[in-house]
Each structure stands twice: as C-alpha cells, then as structure tokens.
Ligand binder design. Structure first.
Ligand SMILES: [Fe+2]
Ligand SMILES: [Fe+2]
Length: 262
C-alpha cells in the first residue's frame, strides 16, 4: 500500500468514527439527552427546533450537518441546572421567579447557563472540543436588555454576557438562529408575523452590536444563511406567517432584544 493511500484510509476511518460519535449524541436514547428532555422540556423542544432549522442551513452552506445538529441540540443544556428561570420552561399560570429577584441576580442565573453547558459537555468525553467552543460563543457579549432596563440604572456592560463572540460560521449561525427562533416563538403566540422581517432585524441588531465582528465570512454567506433560514422558518411557523405590509410595520416596532431571548 502506498503511503498516500494509507493516509487517505486513516482519514476516512477518523471521519467515520467522528460521524458515528456525533450520531450517537443525537440518538434520543443517549443518557445526557434523555436527562435534558426530562429536566427541561421547554428548552429541549427549543433546541430540537433549532437543530431542525440548522440542518437545512448547514446543507445549503456545505457545512458538517451532523456537527451542526449536535451543536444546536446541546447549546442550552446548562439550563438544566435552573430550568424554571427560563421562560420556555414556564407552564401556564407559573409565577415568573424573576419577579422576586433583583435584576443583577436574574442576570447571574441566566448568563451562567453558557458556562454550565460547557462544563456538562466537557465532562462527557464524547463531545468534540470544537463543538463545545461553538456552544461557548452562542451569546457572545450580547446584553440582557430586559434586565438592564428593569435595573433602571447602572452600566450597560454589567448586563452583558462575558463570553467570547462567535469566531466562525457555525457559531454565527447558531447565534442568529437562536435569536430568530426565540423571537418568532414569542410572536407566534399572539400575532401573525413576517419571518423575513424578523431575520433582517435580528441580523442587523447583531451586526450593529458588533457580535459578528470576529467572523470571517464570504459576502454570499449571510445571504445564503438568510435564504435557508427563511425557508426553514416558513416550515416551522407556517400557520403564523403573514406578509401583510401593515403587520410588517407593527413587527418592525418591536425591540427584538426586549427580553425575548435568553
Ligand atoms: Fe443560550
Ligand atoms: Fe437557545
């Protein structure tokens, strides 16, 4: 066997082992995933929706689909430590536990879900390091606007996540999709809305806030992300899609940072 052929077989083995590991992590019977579903059903559902959406985007951008799905599936697993403090886990008539807390306490509880996710995944040796790195960047240095406003005073920076901004395409996609999905979910319970408007507004807010400054992208990448995301959202929220101009204007008044996404 030539040296070249041996190297290529080794690479194929490595890739197929990595694919098998990733597939195992997506298996609903994987113990960590089962625990996630039991402890945090709302967040689990949110993560499954994100996983479905990023699958379409990864395919259209020629990224590793399995890896992108694992990233999406586990990005919020740290919320299993404090499920009730996250709106997606509230059951109707549940009192919002943040009502009794100082905004600074709410900030601490909410933002720690990123380091908790990293800690949980590092302790499970099946997760590739690059998957954990992408997850660690999914909120960048974004602000918890709702709790900053609630505090009524103080320095904006004290209500920002203290994590690294996205450095690659996968992390940028996760950040955008996470925000867009949370906003659409929130709007879908009360309104009809235009997903294209939500996507544009979300991406512009993230760009203006400098959250995507570290990502090296081709000019066409953002356009491809928008197109693929729009197609996926129309599938997920099909009954709520409304292209009515008047309603688009109403939506454009909504502050997409207004505490919708955590
Ligand atoms: Fe998160
Ligand atoms: Fe999320």
């Amino acid at each position: 066997m030539t040296e070249e052929r041996a190297v290529s077989i080794n690479l194929e083995d490595k890739e197929s082992k990595e694919s098998k590991d990733l597939q195992l992590l997506l298996d609903p019977s994987y113990p960590l995933l089962q625990r996630f579903r039991d402890k945090c059903p709302g967040t689990y559902h949110h993560s499954q929706t994100i996983s479905g959406i990023v699958e379409g985007i990864a395919l259209s951008l020629n990224l590793n689909v399995l890896k992108m799905k694992v990233i999406a599936t586990y990005h919020d697993i740290g919320k299993t430590f404090n499920p009730k403090y996250f709106t997606e886990n509230h059951i109707e008539d549940d009192e919002d536990p943040h009502l009794k807390l100082l905004p600074s306490m709410s900030y601490n509880i909410i933002t720690r879900h990123v380091s908790d996710s990293v800690m949980i995944l590092i302790n499970d040796h099946k997760f590739p390091r690059d998957v954990i790195e992408v997850i660690s960047q999914h909120h960048g240095t974004s602000i918890l606007q709702y709790f900053f406003d609630k505090s009524g005073k103080g320095v904006e920076d004290t209500f920002r996540y203290k994590t690294t901004k996205p450095t690659g395409l996968e992390a940028a996609i996760l950040m955008i999709v996470d925000r867009v999905e949370a906003t659409c979910r929130s709007l879908s319970s009360s309104n009809k809305f235009d997903p294209a408007c939500v996507i544009d507004k979300t991406i512009n807010l993230l760009l203006d806030d400098g959250q995507l400054d570290e990502v090296v992208m081709k000019l066409g990448n953002l356009k491809a992300i928008k197109n693929a995301l729009l197609k996926e959202l129309e599938g997920v929220f099909s009954k709520r899609v409304d292209y009515d101009k008047a309603k688009i204007e109403v939506i454009s008044e909504i502050d997409l940072d207004g505490g919708i996404d955590e």
